[in-house]
Design a protein around this ligand. Structure first.
Ligand code: SF4
Length: 203
C-alpha cells in the first residue's frame, strides 16, 4: 500500500507547490551527498575541496569555508586540517592580508576534482533549456537569499549579482575593466565567476 502524502492542515495549492519544490531540493541534495564518499573522503571534505576550487581569492580561508558550510570554525578547521594532512591542500599566509591563511588546492586534489561526482548534477542541469535554466537559477537564488536572511547566515554569490561590482566596460587596451568596490581592487574576468564571501545581493 502506498503511504498517503502528508500536507499541513488547510494546505493551499500554493503551499503544496512550495513543499514539492523544497522536497525536490532536498532530494537533489541527498543524491549528491550520497556520492560524497568516493576516494574515502567525507561529504564535508568534498564540500571543502569544491568550495576552495570555486572560491575567489578573498574567500579561500577556513572561516569563509565555515560560513559557506554552515559549521563552526572549529569543525571547519578539523576538515581542512585532515585535507592538508592527506596532501589535498596547502596553507599559506595571505599576501594581501598578513593575518589570514589562504588555502590552495594541490595537484592531488585537482586530479580528484576532475572526476568529481558532483559533475553528475551539473550534467543533469545541462539537460535544461536555457530559459528553464535561467528560471531555476533565479528561483533557487531567491530561496537561498530568503533562507540565509531568516537564519542570519551569510549568502555567498558572484560578482555580476553583487552590489559592490563595478563594470566600467572595456579599457584602452580593449580589456574588460572590472572592479570590486568592497576591497577597492581590480578583478580579472575569471574572478567575476567565482564565489565570494563578501558578496552582497543588489544587482
Ligand atoms: S564585487 Fe562582490 S562578489 Fe565580487 S569580489 Fe567584490 S564583494 Fe565579492
Amino acid at each position: 500500500m502506498v503511504a498517503e502524502r502528508y500536507y499541513p492542515a488547510m494546505a493551499t495549492p500554493d503551499d503544496i507547490g512550495a513543499r514539492t519544490v523544497a522536497e525536490l531540493v532536498l532530494q537533489l541534495g541527498c543524491l549528491t551527498r550520497g556520492e560524497g564518499f568516493i576516494a574515502n573522503l567525507t561529504f564535508a571534505q568534498w564540500t571543502a575541496l569544491r568550495y576552495i576550487s570555486g572560491a575567489n581569492r578573498f574567500s579561500r580561508t577556513v572561516s569563509a569555508f565555515a560560513d559557506f558550510h554552515g559549521t563552526t570554525r572549529g569543525t571547519a578547521s578539523q576538515t581542512i586540517k585532515s585535507l592538508v594532512h592527506n596532501g589535498y591542500m596547502t596553507r599559506k599566509r595571505s599576501k594581501s592580508d598578513g593575518r589570514s591563511i589562504d588555502l590552495t588546492l594541490t595537484k592531488k586534489s585537482k586530479q580528484l576534482l576532475a572526476v568529481d561526482p558532483f559533475e553528475l548534477l551539473v550534467d543533469a542541469a545541462s539537460s535544461l533549456s536555457k530559459s528553464a535554466s535561467h528560471t531555476v537559477e533565479y528561483s533557487l537564488e531567491r530561496m537561498l537569499r530568503t533562507m540565509a536572511r531568516r537564519q542570519g547566515k551569510r549568502q555567498f554569490g558572484k560578482c555580476p549579482n553583487c552590489k559592490y561590482f563595478q563594470d566600467a566596460g572595456n579599457d584602452a587596451n580593449d580589456k574588460a575593466d572590472f572592479r570590486c568596490t568592497f576591497v577597492d581592487e581590480p578583478l580579472r574576468e575569471a574572478e567575476t565567476q567565482q564565489l565570494c564571501v563578501n558578496f552582497q545581493p543588489g544587482r
